[in-house]
Design a protein around this ligand. Sequence first.
Ligand code: LMR
Length: 338
Amino acid sequence: EETKSWKKLINIAVSGAAGMISNHLLFKLASGEVFGPDQPIALKLLGSERSLQALEGVAMELEDSLFPLLREVSIGIDPYEVFQDAEWALLIGAKPRGPGMERADLLDINGQIFAEQGRALNAVASRNVKVIVVGNPCNTNALICMKNAPNIPAKNFHALTRLDENRAKCQLALKAGVFYDKVSNVTIWGNHSTTQVPDFLNAKIDGMPVIDVIKDRKWLEEEFTEKVQKRGGVLIQKWGRSSAASTAVSIVDAIRALITPTPKGDWFSTGVYTDGNPYGIAEGIVFSMPCRSNGDGDYVLVKDTEAELLAEKRCVAHLTGEGIAVCDLPGDTMLPGE
Ligand code: LMR
């Protein structure tokens, strides 16, 4: 008999489950390295008609691995079945871009998929399902999915920009000649596309501002930024297909970021709905921003430090000789609905 006390089984749905990214991801999920060594899981794998045979193969390999935490593997091609009671939905399945394409070229083809999957989640998933959209263009696909799932909180939908964050951290570490774990507070702003802004101004190395450690401002503004923006495309040129292993790793990082408390003073990037954001970013889109989590699966947006300092300054105007104090410190900076 089991001496260990297990947590309650959780249902994890993965689309594109017969694809390359999933082939890395599923075995990490099953091994316990994502949700923890006391967390049994059920994997619900969504494929397409075309990939059904391959999906059967994936399920066979998962079963043959005898993972103690993997209690169920089911496969299917109908999202209304596969997403039943899902507590996590990792939406990877979509047509990937090939050499010479931009991610936005996939808008039409992939948008339909995410509309349907949004409706399916709305109908059958757990009311608090956390959704991570990986298929490109992931920001807009996440928006489509969210809009088709009105009964699930908008804040539960994420577009994966953790891969960009990891890429940025790697480049900063290499340039500074330090190990990756010394780099923190890296924000990816905006779209998972070549217009994204990897923020080196607020990033830190060993707790110090990156700009005080890497003095080569031209490198930061030009080479670094472009390298991160174009990394996915360069990889496609080299491989002839898009990144898979590093994407799977970044999905693991993105999940862990939501289920473990964010280290003090740090944050992570994820693409989330902008309604109520404190940065002045247009509402109604999915935009990557800095977030923190207390580990319960939710997040709060990191406060805008500039706005906060200006508000504090207005509050103490009588002490700085700038007239009468006006206190308008904003309350919390959570998204509505929290
Ligand atoms: C990536 O960034 O590697 C993926 O989004 C695939 C792509 O199209 O670049």
